[in-house]
Design a protein around this ligand. Sequence first.
Ligand code: GDP
Ligand code: ZN
Length: 308
Amino acid sequence: MEGLVMRSTGSWYEVREKESEQVYRCRLRGKFKIKGLKVTNPLAVGDRVTFELEETEEETGVITEIHQRDNYLIRKSTRKVRHGHIIGANLDQAILVCTLVMPRTSQGFIDRFLVSCESYHIPAVLVFNKSDILVPEALEIQEELMELYESLGYKCLAISAKKGDGLDAFRELLKGKVSILSGHSGVGKSTVINAIAPEVEQWTQEISTYANKGVHTTTFAEMFEIEPGTFLIDTPGIKELGLMDIKEEEIAGYFPEFRALLSECRFYNCSHIHEPGCAVREAMKEGYIDEGRYLSYLSMIEGDDNRR
Ligand code: GDP
Ligand code: ZN
């Protein structure tokens, strides 16, 4: 049988059978490895698998094969370098909820998120929440940012989860897709989810109760079908997607506006920092590349701004 991993709780996975949509509790048999990666979980929500039923009364299953992933997201381990935890597989989009104030999501943080998504081949969307509390100057900055990112090919949306503004457009954005939500704590992720899918929010609350009791919750992840064919992955504690396994010389290629210029730099291995004849810096000076984006690039190269 073939199915979709809807929930993971450590060693057990809930798998929804493709045709009947019945959910079975399954275990993994054998050892599964992902090339070049050390991950704490071989299987994640969103994975498509082959499984067989065991001859038990509870109709549990054994997963025998993990199908090739279109993409996956990894959170890097805070304890071990080059170790990670797969957050979800086969994602249609990753949504960053950001806010200009309370808290302020910096452009550096946004750009890191976008670079991560580019490197994982996951379309990224920026949702600017708390639009209701912005003073005109801040609103103007938000509009400029949205214009910038839209020009780079990223979908942007301004909403107010509290007032309900833009929530129809938000629902539309999710429709028929598998999405994952990310963002600093306090930007309003729970409020947004609660407004569009109260059942998900309730589950998230339960998980954070476990977390407060010291139960190891990082292995919990669940995919919710908020309406037929529309899935939302919510896992506790995702703040930042790590820039795992991205080589310094690859970073420029994950900035769409740099990408086209890279072959025009005088030196093939140009770092776009100090070399003469650098097409990227030239474009920035002429105003074709946003200075903030270039600064984000620099900080990623210098690797010193996990907190920006
Ligand atoms: P999370 O940490 O991202 O899940 O953020 P929460 O959903 O818990 O929201 C943090 C705070 O921001 C709460 O006090 C919410 O009431 C508030 N909040 C969320 N969305 C909005 C919004 O659109 N406008 C305003 N003014 N406040 C909001
Ligand atoms: Zn260059």
